[in-house]
Design a protein around this ligand. Structure first.
Ligand SMILES: *[C@@H]1O[C@H](CO)[C@@H](O)[C@H](O)[C@H]1NC(C)=O
Ligand SMILES: *[C@@H]1O[C@H](CO)[C@@H](O)[C@H](O)[C@H]1NC(C)=O
Ligand SMILES: *[C@@H]1O[C@H](CO)[C@@H](O)[C@H](O)[C@H]1NC(C)=O
Ligand SMILES: [Zn+2]
Length: 458
């Protein structure tokens, strides 16, 4: 059944025939093909890279049906009780082997709200004093077209469909050419390959971890944290948050905070809404729970800093298209007066292959140079500010008052409904104008497949 679903996804995708011309110094590529009939679908992609990794997986092999590769094993694992050296004052590392999945909600489905834990977090949100706007959840997985009134309501400040940002949203890094590096949806078996590349190049990133994946791979999360990467929340089951009730949003964020604390001993202070799906109701709940939202840079509805690497696994995009996206992003990143944050993933082999084989090697040679650091560092804050228990509470004050209103001149805001959605799926293409219909469901399917696979592997 699962296999049939995957074939279905591959069958609806646009396939391209590709020809590449690669040498050690210059990589350029172009591909042509026929689309599935939509005149708006681009079928030819071009890009130029300064270099690629000598051990890169060939682009022609970064496809949805790619044979599973052996992953590197973790270079370092840490004994229970180890003292973190990268964040001062951090408590000893918990014993990941004691993590009992039966103490947590089922993986990859929206958490139930009747548990004592969620009921307590609801009470804490009520006690926080943060006013939660009384907006009804969005429908149809948060698709913009199906929620025109919500998208047009500027008091909602719904980023997904309008690009509206609030003063508390982190969408860029303040300093020009500084890249707040992020990888989402892990930990996964492929994270180990990414970590190896990052280690070899002295790079640190921010990992937005899905709670369900932390249950599956607690040791990988510990290695990320102990290596000085920033760990942040990406919900329990990866739903579009504006579609949930207040109680469900509290449960999704609360369980993710809890499992990360149980595995690391510290609680993240930042989160990324899946699909970038955030409005003032989600913002208020997150604020009441001590979580600052991090989205990604959007300089116009057509230029969202989303590589679309997530869609390589399903076959909804191609390696050459992702590299063209990267080419545009890196060129645009050099032009803007702030730094930037872009969307990439470590859940699937294909996303890690394109990052370690092509995007990161090219980025490291970029002229003028990019400064590549975790988001917390790009904000010129110490790594300790990434964790509730370790920050000094001056730069990350505890929640109070009401959620800040939308900032004027929100970058990329079209102020209306139906604009391009930075959905984590479609980057700046005509396809994106439809919003994210069914993406939550597709995502859940892919996550469930991975969970099933990894159960067999591990
Ligand atoms: C939280 O506050 C709302 C509105 O102020 C109220 O209706 C609800 O009963 C409260 N819930 C709890 C658990 O106290
Ligand atoms: C910036 O991004 C847009 C949209 O992806 C693209 O059309 C444009 O060519 C990019 N700018 C540069 C200088 O590459
Ligand atoms: C900051 O606040 C958190 C949560 O209330 C607390 O655990 C921590 O000890 C505080 N940090 C300091 C330095 O007071
Ligand atoms: Zn995600």
């Amino acid at each position: 059944m699962v296999k049939l679903s995957l074939f279905y996804l591959a069958a609806v995708s646009v396939r391209v025939a590709a020809a590449y011309n690669i040498d050690a110094r210059q990589v350029s590529g172009a591909s042509v093909g026929t689309s599935a009939g939509s005149p708006a679908t681009q079928t030819s992609f071009s890009f130029t890279l300064a270099t690629n990794n000598p051990t890169a997986v060939p682009l022609a092999s970064i496809v949805s049906n790619a044979a599973s590769q052996a992953t590197h094993t973790l270079a370092t694992t840490y004994a229970p009780g180890s003292t973190p050296t990268v964040v001062s004052g951090a408590p000893p590392l918990p014993n990941a082997a004691l993590l009992a999945p039966s103490n947590y909600p089922a993986l990859d489905v929206v958490v139930p709200t009747d548990s004592p834990e969620v009921q307590q977090w609801i009470q804490e949100v009520n006690n926080s004093g943060v006013a939660i706007p009384d907006f009804a959840p969005t429908v149809a997985s948060g698709a913009c077209g199906a929620n025109a009134a919500a998208a047009a309501d500027q008091t909602r400040c719904w980023w997904t469909c309008t690009g509206c940002v609030a003063a508390t949203d982190i969408t860029t890094c303040p300093d020009k050419l500084t890249w707040g590096l992020t990888y989402d949806d892990g930990p996964s078996p492929y994270t180990e390959d990414l970590l190896q590349f990052l280690d070899q190049n002295n790079l640190k990133t921010t990992f937005f971890a899905v709670g369900s994946r932390v249950i599956s791979f607690p040791n990988i999360l510990q290695t990320e944290y102990m290596g000085g990467h920033q760990i942040a929340v990406h919900t329990w089951s990866h739903p579009p948050l504006t579609t949930l009730t207040n109680a469900q949003i509290i449960g999704e964020l609360g369980w993710s905070k809890k499992v990360i604390k149980d595995v690391l001993g510290v609680t993240p202070s930042h989160f990324r809404p899946p699909f970038g799906d955030i409005d003032n109701r989600v913002r208020a709940i997150a604020q009441a729970m001590g979580l600052t939202p991090v989205i990604w840079t959007r300089i116009s509805p057509q230029a969202t800093f989303d590589t679309d690497d997530f869609d390589l696994h399903s076959g909804l995009t191609t390696a050459s298209h992702v590299l063209q996206n990267w080419d545009y992003i890196s060129a645009n990143a050099s032009l803007i007066n702030t730094g930037f944050i872009l969307l990439e993933h470590d859940l699937f082999q294909q996303s890690v292959d394109i990052a370690t084989g092509y995007i990161l090697p090219d980025a490291l040679l970029h002229q003028p140079p990019f400064k590549m650091v975790p988001v917390i560092e790009c904000l010129n804050k110490p790594l300790s500010d990434a964790y509730v228990e370790l920050n000094d509470n001056s730069t990350n004050p505890p929640p109070s008052g009401s959620v800040p209103s939308a900032s004027a001149g929100a970058s990329g805001s079209s102020g209306g409904s139906g604009s391009s959605g930075g959905s984590g799926s479609s980057k700046g293409s005509a396809v994106a104008t439809a919003g994210l219909p069914g993406l939550g469901a597709v995502f859940a399917l892919l996550m469930a497949i991975l969970a099933g696979t990894t159960l067999l592997l591990s």
